[in-house]
Write a protein that binds this ligand. Structure first.
Ligand code: THU
Length: 161
């Protein structure tokens, strides 16, 4: 029997001011597009903005539905946009922000489990790890180098070959 350990490290920054210019721009855009979320049920508006390998910048927001499970998270909206508009092009960096009804958005939130699964499959498809930047509308910023770090022991396309 062997005991194995999974560890990962990420950066914790005090604010967006510690980001490099390109990354700060992505986060600024992720924060800005939260206004385009359709979240009349949760009132939790999520915005995502990605830098693609071809230099394009794309965004996504969560889009809810009265049939609740039909709603889609901002991250997966963005992944669908990326694959539809720029097939085969990798995502280099993805920034995610949010705000909610009580207006408090001063700590990072992390992608949900389904989005983690989708992010990992996307990066496996393109062969390029997705860097993730997380922050509220203000406050600390987390930078994670590889989306796979968020999903140890992932179930992936390779498992069903
Ligand atoms: N949501 C996202 O857009 N991304 C996540 O990673 C977490 C949750 C959305 C889904 C739903 O519209 C709202 O936030 C509340 O869960």
């Amino acid at each position: 029997m062997k005991k194995r350990e999974v560890k990962f490290s990420y950066l914790h920054l005090g604010s967006e001011q510690e980001l490099k210019e390109g990354d700060a721009l992505l986060l600024e855009e992720a924060r800005r597009v939260t206004q385009f979320a359709y979240a009349p049920y949760s009132h939790f508006r999520v915005g995502a903005c990605a830098q693609l390998d071809n230099g394009e910048m794309i965004t996504g927001t969560n889009q809810e539905n009265a049939s609740f499970p039909a709603g889609i998270c901002a991250e997966r909206t963005l992944l669908s946009t990326a694959a539809s508009l720029f097939p085969g092009i990798a995502i280099k960096t993805l920034a995610i922000s949010y705000h909610n009804l009580n207006g408090k958005s001063d700590k990072p939130v992390s992608p949900c489990g389904i989005c983690r699964q989708s992010l990992v499959e996307f990066q496996e498809r393109t062969g390029t790890p997705i860097r993730i930047i997380l922050s509220g509308m203000q406050g600390p910023v987390l930078v994670i180098d590889n989306a796979a770090d968020l999903l140890p022991l992932v179930f992936s396309a390779r498992d069903i070959e």
